[in-house]
Write a new protein. Structure first.
Length: 285
């Protein structure tokens, strides 16, 4: 249903004095209240209510004023409603002429009202503040032609280059490149890498540095293993990518002989050339 409207000239109360007779009329909020076009808000937002169904809505000036106060003083919905009862200047700004002793609305009503007006309604609130600033000669129109934003004070999602995160990110990049170029990997270390990264971050936050370093050591061979496996597959050529590597009889994966007991066989297939540090980590050296 259509919201109720505040009486601009309420009748005199014999037992109560008006707020404007008790406050300083040169206060910034009192002066700002005289510059804002409240009738324009009522005409624009009044169309969002059903004319007959439902109970009468809360005055639109009250909702708009609470939104302004919430963003001006950086308060939550709960805080702005509680402080509104304690501050007579806020009540005058929202259009009340007598002191109110009860909460005007519930905090959840502000959430529903913002959903009702949507993005266009919030832009209208911003335009009204700019118009009020120009009318009060606080801002010149030339100053609004160009807006300069200092990005150093804006929050950014910065990921600090920790050892654990670098190892984990390096493994992800190697796995992604191997899949893109069709290089088979024996193991991607996806679950092991995520678990070690999570535990390392928790231990570091709890100042358990020995346990954190232990998890970082577990992350180190994961990137090295992916690098060594992809490098070996690339050196072997495209034929070995499609077929499984052939093994000599009596030779295991590690390169040592698996001959029966009683025979002396010391065959080793490891290259004698010095391996890279990542390959050494993969081979367990």
């Amino acid at each position: 249903m259509q919201p109720t409207k505040l009486d601009p000239k309420p009748a005199d109360d014999l037992w109560r004095a008006r707020l404007r007779q008790q406050i300083h009329l040169r206060h910034p909020l009192v002066r700002l209240a005289g510059l804002i076009d409240w009738a324009g808000f009522e005409a624009r937002f009044g169309k969002l209510y059903h004319p007959q169904l439902g109970r009468p809505g809360v005055p639109i000036r009250l909702m708009v004023g609470l939104c302004y106060l919430e963003h001006t003083f950086q308060l939550s919905d709960q805080e702005v409603v509680e402080r509104w009862v304690e501050n007579p200047y806020w009540q005058v700004f929202c259009g009340f002429d007598y002191l109110q002793l009860k909460l005007p609305i519930g905090p959840s009503s502000l959430v529903r009202w913002r959903r009702r007006i949507g993005r266009d309604g919030m832009e209208l609130l911003l335009q009204a503040t700019i118009a009020a600033a120009i009318q009060a000669e606080a801002v010149k129109e030339q100053s609004l032609e160009r807006v300069s934003i200092d990005t150093t004070v804006q929050p950014k999602a910065i990921a600090h280059p920790l050892d654990s995160r670098l190892y984990h990110r390096g493994r992800e990049i190697l796995v992604c490149l191997a899949k893109r170029h069709g290089v088979p990997l024996r193991q991607s270390y996806a679950r092991l890498g995520k678990r070690a990264l999570r535990l390392a971050s928790r231990y570091a936050h709890a100042r358990q540095m020995k346990r954190a370093r232990r998890e970082i050591k577990r992350l180190r061979p994961t990137s090295g293993g992916c690098s060594a496996t992809s490098g070996a597959s690339l050196r072997a050529g495209p034929r070995s990518r499609n077929t499984s590597p052939s093994r000599s009889p009596g030779v295991s994966d590690c390169g040592r002989s698996s001959a029966p007991t009683g025979t002396s066989s010391t065959l080793c297939t490891r290259p004698r050339s010095p391996a890279s540090p990542l390959a050494r980590c993969a081979m367990g050296r």
